[in-house]
Ligand binder design. Structure first.
Ligand code: SR1
Ligand code: MG
Length: 414
């Protein structure tokens, strides 16, 4: 077994050229493969490798956080949790995650399907492109993963063994615990924000009730192992064409609350919404923002519909067993509705937290980051921060989807 070595465009063909699972898909002489490093994420190396038979993606973990450098070490073992997550996603929500062709644990690398002509959803939203069935696909994906990774579906031993397996992944959840849930709400060292946003940030950080609510949500996030999460379902973890939607990059996968992925995805749609005035001409702005609100509504609606469907057709786990409710002819539909309402409220609160961290903590979103006029950026970020705060403080007021869209429209006018 070779010791770990980070790949580069010069060494990749020699390292992977005789791996049958790779060579057969790329084809031809490895010496003639075209290799590009395309990683623009925060953590890893990503290569596209092309030959006479086709292309694959090679993703390799680095032993440190790429966006910060070697001063922030990060264990390579995260790659095998990403691999486990991809395998589970393929089973629980077929056709959405990229197919895995090869995994090398010591080298922390995964060779997988090259998605083409898909591009990163965030870039599409910034440039005003529409994607058919976007909200529906993401809502359905979240519902399938939430339901089928839980003890509503899995047997108790299977679920517990999997929770045990994923509990070995300690470094990655720690990033989310600090960067997402804690840093935005105080002057943490790695934080940054647009200077003109300071008055809004100061006010937010004085809100003790808000901070307490966020910490309660963090408690839920760390202690609740309801289901296997994607863990980082932002618009950079979604690739799409105008008619196909795929979810990539589950390296933040862990067991956690059912509402988390849904909330994070919706937050990223809302950030796309609030940043649009900087990216669209006046005549395109209103219809495009209206489309994003439709995506959010579709996402929540499809999540509920798919979850209800699975509740009725696939409830084989220890939770809400059919015999318990149906022996006397009762149905458990009310229990499902109550659970969905709880998930909706938590998703809205997690959504608010993700809206905050992307403008206040370390890892920002291009949606706002690429707005060069900092005064305009701060104005749009303020709308986003204030809506996020409302969602955390009072999710019950916005669980109705019309109220949620009205709230976004109201902040968009401020
Ligand atoms: C140090 S990692 C920063 C962020 O990048 C990842 O994509 C996650 O969103 C993480 O919070
Ligand atoms: Mg990522």
């Amino acid at each position: 077994e070779q010791p770990y070595q980070a790949l580069n465009v010069d060494t990749l063909a020699q390292r992977l050229g005789d791996v049958e699972e790779v060579a057969s898909r790329v084809g031809g002489n490895p010496g003639q493969w075209q290799i590009r490093e395309v990683g623009d994420g925060n953590l890893n190396l990503v290569f596209i490798v092309s030959g006479s038979a086709g292309s694959v993606v090679v993703k390799q973990a680095l032993p440190y956080v790429r966006m910060v450098g070697e001063s922030w070490p990060l264990p390579l073992y995260r790659a095998h949790f990403e691999y486990y997550a991809l395998v589970r996603q393929a089973q629980r929500a077929p056709g959405i995650a990229p197919e895995v062709f090869y995994f090398d644990k010591p080298q922390a690398l995964i060779v997988m399907e090259y998605l083409y002509p898909h591009t990163i959803l965030r870039r599409k939203l910034i440039s005003g492109e529409r994607v058919a069935q976007l909200g529906e696909t993401i809502g359905e994906f979240c519902a399938r993963m939430a339901f089928r990774g839980s003890e509503l579906s899995l047997s108790s031993p299977e679920k517990k063994v999997d929770v045990g397996l994923f509990s070995g992944n300690v470094a990655i959840p720690a990033i989310t615990e600090s960067l997402v849930f804690t840093d935005p709400y105080y002057g943490a060292e790695m934080n940054r924000h647009t200077p003109e946003l300071s008055p809004v940030v100061d006010e937010l950080r004085r809100n003790t009730r808000l901070k307490a609510k966020v910490q309660r949500l963090l408690m839920k996030f760390t202690a609740n192992t309801e289901t296997m999460l994607h863990g980082d379902l932002h618009s950079g973890s979604i690739m799409a064409t105008e008619s196909d939607v795929r979810v990539i990059d589950p390296e933040f996968s862990q067991y956690g609350p059912m509402a988390f992925d849904l909330g994070m995805a919706v937050a990223n749609f809302l950030m796309a919404y609030f940043s649009q005035p900087a990216h669209r001409q006046a005549d395109e702005l209103e219809p495009y923002q209206a489309w994003i609100l439709e995506v959010i509504e579709a996402c929540f609606t499809r999540f509920d519909a798919e979850f209800r469907h699975l509740w009725q057709t696939e409830r084989t786990g220890i939770l809400f067993p059919k015999a318990l409710f149906e022996a006397q002819g009762n149905s458990a539909d009310d229990a499902c509705d109550a659970l969905l309402e709880e998930i909706r409220l938590d998703a809205l609160a997690y959504c608010g937290i993700e809206m905050h961290r992307r403008v206040l903590s370390l890892a920002h979103n291009a949606d706002f980051e690429e707005i060069e006029d900092t005064a305009l950026r701060a104005k749009l970020e303020a709308r986003n921060v204030l809506m996020g705060q409302a969602l955390i403080m009072e999710p019950e007021a916005y669980s109705d989807l019309t109220a949620l869209a009205d709230l976004a429209r109201a902040y968009n006018q401020q």
